[in-house]
Design a protein around this ligand. Structure first.
Ligand code: DGJ
Length: 561
């Protein structure tokens, strides 16, 4: 008995799981914190063993340590009750062969709101597996989360999948996390208008939600807090009595139903194999109204509803295809939600964006969509970025959650930012604010630049990323700091402009002691590659990385008067 217990606790410990380090949540894989340098396959790319075999070597060349791969319900259970895991097995085998991990995406009852990955026997039997309805009574190709039959069929297949993964992979843990469904949400209507849905909508809100509102009233998402207060801040009543009579209450109601459904899926899945599980969301972007974006999905403004109805979900993850990257990601890094980006539009800027989210938000992972379409010649910016991030992983995971790491991201419009850090100002800018690259001024679009900064101690930093220039200043230096336009020779652009007499109060100044480009070994030790001095640090004035490079710099500073 004792041996049995010891074995089972060992297995639980070895399985991928979460741990807290300061304010960060870390995903522990093979007993070490792991950052997912990932990519998601296109929607039809894992539907044949040949395709899977062709794609994995490419994913390795692109530099991924993890692939997000769909698990298609229609192909797993083409015939009701008969399960075929050929594609799952092939994916695990290829991932192992290429020393990669896998996150499976359960394309079950819902994929981008719709039920297109449900098997034909399910789709055709609409009486047994009912759909959602618009207000006018039109049926949608969206399976009803209110239907026990829908849940039974979806969860039975999901449980079979989890059982199978446990059987073939529990020892090696190639599969490290599961996405449950994909971009859940209502389209055309903010909520289902079936008879069952209408009846529940007129009923009292669930007891768990009443309790949650009472005990979490101070930390509710600002959007929900405001809406609830406006409606009177009640904790008893129907949905409209508690949240007010408007279309957004429809969304809140529907979010509860979806979340409660997912919670049941997660519980059933975890009973057989206890892996981390998350849900992803299509953003409520581009001014779209309810029913125009997948409403009631796991969106930031609905986080309290999702967390309350589905406490088993480990995180709500944003899929980012819109402008305003820094704004979107900050909406999903919350006190009750770690940041994981399972999808982002595949583009060259992704390399530096990954640095930003790991540095600024202690992200768990980053994953451009349709990754198999990326160039795999070794020079793609994402590949270069991932290469450096892979090296840096032991250092990043050591400093996560301790307030010792920041991220910056710049483009042609947002060109600079000052970071105040314990009595020092880090003046950070886009590399193109320097005059030495023709693309800075010839009308080229500025590629995004930035990176992550780790403060090893007061006078020692790691700066890593691409397209960034930094100066370090004391408060005394900042008082008299005047931006100067530089000429190509490194002196001011043109002479004779200084009109004011400088006043200096005998304060401290910061000098650059050394800037070394380094590599990082698997234990996190920095290894000298080369010294960057003279022209390469503007004669000791700044630290920089060009827009085409990705580097890790070890910077030592000193003070002088
Ligand atoms: C978001 C979805 O989650 C993906 O599966 C895919 O459909 C992309 N949108 C866009 O193609």
């Amino acid at each position: 008995m004792a041996l049995c217990l010891a074995l089972s606790s060992l297995q639980a410990q070895d399985l991928p799981h979460w741990t807290k380090q300061g304010t960060a949540t870390q995903l522990i894989v093979d007993n070490k914190p792991m950052l997912l340098l990932a990519g998601e396959l296109g929607n039809s790319s894992a539907s044949s063993t040949e395709d899977i075999e062709n794609i994995f070597p490419k994913l390795k060349r692109i530099g991924l340590n993890t692939a997000l791969v769909p698990a298609y319900w229609d192909l797993i259970e083409a015939e009701e009750g008969k399960f075929d895991f050929t594609l799952i097995d092939k994916t695990i085998a290829e991932a192992k062969k290429h020393d990669m991990k896998v996150v499976f995406l359960w394309f079950g009852a819902w994929k981008n709101s719709m039920s297109c990955y449900a098997p034909l026997w399910f789709k055709a039997d609409y009486k047994k597996y009912p759909r959602c309805y618009t207000e006018s009574g039109k049926p949608l190709e969206i399976a009803s989360p209110f239907s026990e039959n829908v849940f039974k069929a979806d969860s039975r297949a999901f449980v079979e999948l989890m059982k199978h993964i446990r059987e073939v992979d529990a020892k090696e843990n190639t599969v490290i996390m599961i996405q449950v469904e994909n971009e859940i949400g209502m389209l055309e209507s903010a909520r289902d208008h079936s008879k069952t849905a209408d009846r529940l909508f007129e009923s009292e809100i669930p007891n768990e939600l009443k309790k949650y509102l009472k005990s979490n009233s101070k930390t509710l998402h600002p959007w929900l807090a405001e809406k609830w207060k406006k409606a009177g801040g009640k904790t008893e009543g129907t949905w409209e009595e508690v949240f007010g009579k408007d279309i957004y209450t429809d969304e809140i109601f529907m979010a509860w139903q979806y979340a409660a459904y997912v919670e049941k899926m997660i519980q059933k899945g975890r009973e057989v194999y206890n892996l981390p599980m998350y849900v992803n969301a299509a953003m409520n972007s581009r001014g779209r109204k309810l029913g125009e974006y997948p409403s009631a999905g796991p969106l930031a403004h609905l986080i309290d509803i999702w967390k309350c109805a589905a406490p088993g979900i480990d995180l709500l993850a944003p899929d980012i295809y819109d402008k305003g990257f820094t704004d979107w990601v900050s909406q999903y890094k919350l006190h009750n939600n770690p940041l994981f980006i399972p999808e982002i539009r595949l583009e060259a800027n992704d390399g530096v964006r990954a640095f930003y989210v790991f540095g600024q938000h202690d992200a768990i992972g980053f994953s451009p969509f349709s990754i198999e379409d990326a160039p795999d010649d070794g020079n793609y910016k994402l590949t270069k970025g991932y290469r450096k991030l892979k090296e840096l992983m032991p250092v990043i995971t050591k400093y996560q959650g301790k307030g010792m790491m920041k991220g910056v991201l710049f483009d042609g419009e947002n060109r600079e930012k000052n970071i105040e850090w314990d009595g020092m100002t880090l003046v950070c800018k886009h590399f193109f604010t320097l005059p030495w690259d023709a693309r800075a001024t010839d009308g080229s679009i500025w590629p995004e630049g930035g990176g992550l900064i780790i403060r090893l101690n007061e006078l020692e930093y790691i700066v890593a990323g691409s397209g960034i220039v930094m100066e370090f200043k004391t408060p005394d230096e900042m008082k008299g700091y005047v931006k100067k336009e530089l000429g190509e020779d490194g002196f001011v652009a043109s002479g004779g402009k200084t009109t004011t007499k400088e006043v200096w109060n005998n304060g401290k100044r910061i000098g650059i002691g050394s800037v070394d480009e380094v590599s990082v070994d698997s234990n996190g030790n920095l290894k000298y590659l080369r010294r960057l001095n003279g022209d390469q640090d503007h004669q000791g004035r700044h630290v920089r990385i060009g827009v085409d490079d990705f580097s890790i710099l070890h910077v030592k500073l000193y003070e002088y008067r």
